[in-house]
Design a protein around this ligand. Structure first.
Ligand SMILES: *Cc1c(COP(=O)(O)O)cnc(C)c1O
Length: 374
């Protein structure tokens, strides 16, 4: 049998998700496994979402509302934008994919940076689009002047992808730097290059210097803000994300997306979760407490880490434990704690830990301290 496969497809390296709990139980024969590997909400889903989804089950014979009217109406009020400025996606990953499919030709380029969320590069490659990668500084912060240079010198660059704060580093670009970046971007090819600012962790922001990307919608019309229900809303398994952009950009994306890209339970669940801002607040508070516990304990254990604005923290396993991130990950697995190695980001010295419940944090800290140098 002969299969003709484009080179860019043949050379794809698939996305590596966090190791599932069930798989770890099976392989290591450990009953109580703690997963702090995928930045999921440790409180579970919003309870109001669960109730709403149960009620929605009886209508599963119907096609979903392809326009997502109810959810968009809720989001419109919540975000202070018009429904025409919103696109819904089967996770924000679908919107990343849609952006590239819609605005790039084979051989075009996206610009991102070396420590950026890896989905951007994978999605680009799937569509035969090249990733032009800017460097990061030693704090793993994106070098925005390098991004500007790349966009300027590459006529084929159609979209810039940045996450703020970024995953897996937790590091953010401060307001001033982003403002200057948009000013410069406006001057390149008439501001026609799209900037996708991924705000997956926006609800966890604590630093007043870490801007809400909505601040830049007026300054830079070709901005697409990516948001998700997978993190603070606790609905990673439901697959709901959304984008905020100009009505022009949205109407084009709406033509390209599949007509029923969100299933009916996802639409119902996300709407109910959005109305449960109390749960969001509770999740945020839990993260603040958990994050400061991690920061304090890491300092005590003499483990260097990158200060994070998300619900996770990236540690330097090499300096803290004398182990590669992957080796430390494997040692923790044998004790039933799943963390996230990040060598696919070229960060083989690092390991990412999601902030969990107090009990989960204690358990992971206990396991880690068993491997600590002091
Ligand atoms: C978790 C995460 C997302 C969420 O993706 P979904 O497809 O909505 O689950 C998006 N961007 C970044 C940077 C993330 O870390």
């Amino acid at each position: 049998m002969t299969l003709h496969i484009p080179d860019y497809i043949r050379s794809l390296v698939p996305y590596v998700p966090g190791k599932p709990i069930e798989e770890t139980r099976r392989e290591y024969k450990i009953k109580k496994v703690v997963k702090l590997a995928s930045n999921e909400n440790p409180l579970g889903p919003s309870p109001r979402a669960v109730v709403a989804i149960r009620k929605g089950l009886k209508d599963l014979h119907r096609y979903p509302d392809g326009s997502g009217f109810g959810l968009k109406t809720g989001l419109s009020a919540h975000e202070g934008v018009f429904s025409q400025n919103l696109i819904l996606g089967n996770g924000s990953n679908e919107i990343i994919d849609l952006l590239i499919r819609t605005f790039c030709l084979v051989g075009d380029a996206i610009v991102t940076h070396r420590a950026a969320f890896i989905a951007y590069q994978i999605c680009a490659q799937i569509h035969g689009v090249i990733s032009d990668i800017a460097p990061v500084d030693e704090g793993l912060k994106c070098d925005l002047s390098a991004v500007i240079e790349k966009v300027k010198s590459n006529e084929k660059a159609k979209i810039v992808f940045l996450a703020n704060p970024n995953n897996p580093t937790g590091v953010y670009i401060p307001r001033r730097e982003l403002a200057d970046f948009f000013k410069e971007m406006s001057l390149i090819r008439d501001g026609s290059v799209i900037v996708a600012l991924d705000d997956a962790y926006g609800e966890y922001r604590t630093s007043p210097d870490c801007p809400n990307p909505k601040e830049f919608l007026k300054v830079y019309p070709n901005l697409m803000i990516l948001k998700t229900f997978s993190k603070v809303y606790g609905l990673a398994g439901l697959r709901v994300g959304y984008g905020i952009a100009s009505s022009e950009m949205i109407s084009i994306l709406d033509r390209v997306r599949q007509p029923f890209n969100l299933n009916s339970l996802a639409l119902i669940g996300a709407k109910a979760a959005l109305e449960d801002q109390e749960f969001v607040e509770q999740s945020r508070r839990l993260n603040v407490t958990g994050m400061s516990l991690w920061e304090n304990k890491l300092v005590e254990m003499d483990v260097p880490f990158w200060k994070s604005q998300g619900n996770f923290v990236l540690i330097n396993a090499q300096l803290g434990f004398g182990l590669s991130g992957f080796d430390l990950y494997q040692k923790c697995l044998t004790k039933g704690v799943i963390l996230r190695p990040v060598m696919n980001y070229g960060l083989s010295h690092a390991l990412r830990i999601s902030v969990g419940t107090p009990a989960e944090n204690e358990r992971a800290l206990k396991v880690l301290s068993g491997f600590a140098k002091r």
